[in-house]
Each structure stands twice: as C-alpha cells, then as structure tokens.
Design a protein around this ligand. Structure first.
Ligand code: FPP
Length: 245
C-alpha cells in the first residue's frame, strides 16, 4: 500500500487524463481458465469495477466511462444476460450510499429505455440521488452501441430541424456532439481495453477519434489499481498532437 501511494504521488497532476473510458473484456475467459462458469467472471468483474472507481476518485480523474453492456450482448445466453442485469442492479443499489459519501455522480449512456424495468428504476433512482455530487462522474454504457448512438443523434437532430429549432447550415461538429448520449462531456483522453484485443467493438465511435489507446492482455477480473496506474503512467509519456505537429 505504501509503495502504491508513492506511485500515485509520482503521477503528473498536470497531465492527468480528464476522461478515461474502459472496455472491460475477458470475464468469460478468466472464468473458463479457472474452470468456473462465465457468470463467476462477471461477479469477479464487479469487484474490479469498484476498485477502479475508487482509484479514479482518489487520483482525481473527472470522468470514468465503463462499457458494461453492449447492444450486441443481448445475443448471449438468457441466463448470462439475466445475471449481468442482476449484478448491475445489485451494484447500483449497494454502491449508491458510497457514491453519495464519496461525491460520485452517476450517468448512463445507451438505449436505456430497452433495459429491464427493474434496472431502469434503480438506475433512475441512483442518477437522481447522486445528481448534485461534484466528484468523479461515473458514466455507465448500458445497452450501448456506437453506431446506434450516432443514428439516435441524427434522428433527434432531424426532428429539431423539422421543428425549426435548428438550421441545417448551422450543424457542425460542435452542435452534432450535443445530440450524442455524451452531450456536454469532453471526449475520452484515454481508452483502456483489457484481455488483449485490439478492437473498438462499437464503443464511443465518434468520441474516440483522438483518444490514446492502452491495451493489456490481462483479463478484466485480474485488472486493478496497479495496472490502472500503469496505464496512466504510459498515457503521461504519450505526445498528443491531434493531427498537428
Ligand atoms: C466482457 O467480458 C464483459 C462484459 C460483457 C460485461 C462487463 C460487466 C461487468 C464487469 C460486471 C457488471 C458491470 C457493472 C458496472 C456492475 P466477456 O464476458 O465478453 O469475456 P470474454 O470475452 O472472455 O468472453
């Protein structure tokens, strides 16, 4: 722990990513490697969600976006989907008091209306209960797809043009961003992906344009504070040019 604190102190505060996004992959493979059912991997994954939220809070990261459930994930066996939804509900219910204690504000992105009613309810309650908190913004991507986000944005934008709220000529990148689920949030500075795949997997397609990407072969349930710090140190070594020189 002492060595760990030294590591945190060595981070360059001026170069901290404001927004970190994570693709938490490898729960299933972690479980399989241990001869356990896939859902055991998800259960172990929730613990790491807590650890990474705590660490982000402590370090002073402003926004943490976690890919918790994609639109494609509905294709999994019914039982696995049910367990994931239950874990999510439990996580929100259990963590709500902690979020309030630690100033964490919850937000969610995705087609939330298609989530089971129970999940929607606890999500709405937690978002409402934490809305005035000023610390870390924990942004959960749920029933999320990057392409559907863009389609939904286009639909809403067209509706506004039809209503006369917007003029076609005034639509630019800045106005378009206001129609994305992430409206008002800066783009992720750093994308972390666990379990070694070099893919975006339909995550934040519009927002990741200039994000730094860090991939570890480690499965999500084995990810934690130490590797998170490693990713942050690596990020601080990068030179970001945003297409300039
Ligand atoms: C990927 O592992 C992980 C997921 C599809 C879900 C991530 C969910 C959690 C960590 C738990 C619930 C989340 C919260 C916020 C409480 P995988 O199953 O695709 O692994 P595999 O690629 O090895 O099969």
């Amino acid at each position: 722990m002492a060595k760990d604190q030294e590591l945190v102190d060595r981070l360059d505060r001026a170069k901290l990513p404001q927004h970190v996004a994570i693709i938490m992959d490898g729960n299933g493979r972690w479980a399989k490697a241990k001869g356990l059912p896939r859902v055991a991997g998800h259960r172990a994954g929730v613990k790491k969600v807590r650890e990474v939220v705590r660490t982000s809070q402590e370090i002073g990261i402003k926004i943490l976006t976690l890919y918790a459930f994609s639109r494609e994930n509905w294709k999994r066996p019914r039982r696995e989907v049910d367990v994931l939804m239950r874990l999510l509900q439990e996580f929100l219910r259990r963590e709500c008091p902690n979020m309030n204690k630690n100033g964490v504000k919850l937000r969610a992105i995705g087609r939330l209306k298609e989530l089971p009613a129970g999940v929607q309810r606890v999500l709405e309650n937690t978002i409402k209960s934490t809305m005035d908190n000023k610390g870390l913004l924990l942004n959960l991507a749920l029933n999320y797809g990057g392409r559907s986000e863009i389609v939904d944005a286009v639909r809403d934008l067209i509706k506004d043009v039809q209503k006369g709220v917007r003029k076609v000529e005034e639509v630019d990148e800045e106005t378009f961003q206001e129609y994305l689920y992430t409206a008002g949030l800066p783009d992720p500075d750093l994308l972390i992906r666990t379990s070694g795949e070099y893919r975006i997997s339909n995550f934040l397609l519009y927002q990741l344009s200039y994000s730094e990407i860090w991939v570890t072969p480690v499965y999500w349930p084995d990810f934690g504070r130490e590797l998170f710090l490693e990713a942050l140190f690596d990020y601080q070594k990068r030179e970001r040019r945003f297409g300039g020189v």
